[in-house]
Design a binder for this molecule. Structure first.
Ligand code: SAM
Ligand code: SF4
Length: 326
């Protein structure tokens, strides 16, 4: 079992399948983003080997992310092999949904359990502005396909950015009146000059809460405020779905963090918002044994940082979101 020096047991791995993406969300990457050459990314057999290694260390929850994981060639075969790996109990994906209308069915058949779909607005023009060229209809078709094939409960992730979509929280929250989805509003994490956005464009969860509560509320707390993953859940009167707030910036959930990340270029990233990483891919390619790699993982996890330093103004500079995997 992988434990850190604060006694947290780490059993959830988010694997970034690629840093490439078919969108360019303003809060995630610059418009002229250049991606890594494929040879620098983990190859399929390397991803499977790392999955087995982490599963042998007690990791049982796995999420595929990116960049956009669905643009990875062989995504369906990868999902099949990861879900067949002994010890993998839950396999989910975070996607922008653009390609999901075609992929939902084969992914579900391959063993995917659920999807989180990113959707920041229901207004096609604003969607285009936020993603720089995305077509909202494609995402909507993806959400419906995912629901049809049982990749449920559907979770919708909306990053809220001042000047872009802070008013759209109302319409998105209303989705829970008709759909049994979990709609989660996420505080934008500022990534220095790497994106166009600044810290004063962060909309904190209390502002989002107030907007929704006064328009459609009262919002009732679910499960006494117990976190569901990183989200604190609420419920609108007569809603069939739930509303979650992910307050990574103003009210972090580091004390209960159970996760580690594997970047698309094979680095073990110990905290989303800290630069510390352990390179696993270079030693693997240089012939390190599985035992050596296991030791590197356990040692890295032991030194997992307690939490991020956003309140002290410490922002990670070595990577932006698409390279880490969100
Ligand atoms: N491309 C996929 C997607 O958009 O769902 C998966 C990768 S994306 C990096 C993972 C999640 O991170 C998405 O929900 C996205 O909205 C979120 N995200 C990206 N940049 C962010 C930022 N600066 N602050 C907060 N969340 C961010
Ligand atoms: Fe691509 Fe996801 Fe980043 Fe948007 S948030 S640019 S969809 S990786």
């Amino acid at each position: 079992m992988a434990i850190d020096k604060f006694g947290r047991s780490i059993s959830y791995l988010r694997i970034s399948l690629t840093d490439h993406c078919n969108l360019r969300c303003v809060y995630c990457m610059p418009e002229d983003m250049t991606f890594r050459p494929n040879a620098e990314l983990m190859q399929d057999d390397e991803i499977i080997l790392f999955t087995r290694l982490f599963a042998s260390l007690g990791f049982h929850k796995f999420r595929l992310t990116g960049g956009e994981p669905t643009v990875r060639a062989n995504i369906v075969e990868l999902v099949q092999q990861i879900s067949d790996t002994p010890g993998v109990q839950s396999l989910t994906i975070t996607t922008n949904g653009i390609l999901l209308s075609k992929l939902a069915e084969p992914l579900a058949k391959a063993g995917l359990d659920r999807v989180n779909i990113s959707l920041d607005t229901l207004d096609p023009e604003k969607f285009r502005r936020l993603t720089r060229w995305g077509n909202l209809e494609d995402v909507w078709a993806g959400v419906q396909a995912a629901e049809k094939v049982g990749l449920t409960p559907i979770k919708i992730n909306a990053v809220v950015v001042r000047g872009y979509n802070e008013r759209d929280v109302l319409e998105i929250a209303r989705l829970t009146l008709e759909h049994p989805w979990q709609v989660r509003f996420i505080e934008m994490m500022p990534f220095a000059g790497a994106t166009d956005l600044q810290i004063n464009q962060v909309v904190d969860w209390e502002e989002m809460f107030q907007r929704i509560d006064s328009a459609h509320g009262p919002l009732e707390i679910v499960d006494g405020g117990k976190l569901d993953g990183e989200a604190r859940l609420y419920h609108l009167p007569d809603a069939v779905g739930n509303i979650g707030f992910i307050s990574s910036v103003t009210k972090p959930f580091c004390a209960t963090c159970n996760r580690a990340r594997l970047t698309a270029d094979g680095r073990l990233r110990l905290c989303l918002l800290r630069e510390k990483e352990v390179d696993l891919l270079t030693p693997l390619r240089a012939g390190a044994s599985l035992d050596d790699l296991r030791e590197m993982i356990l040692e890295g996890i032991w030194h997992k940082p307690w939490g991020h330093g956003l309140e002290q103004g410490i922002i990670p500079l070595n990577r932006v979101m698409n390279e880490i995997g969100g």
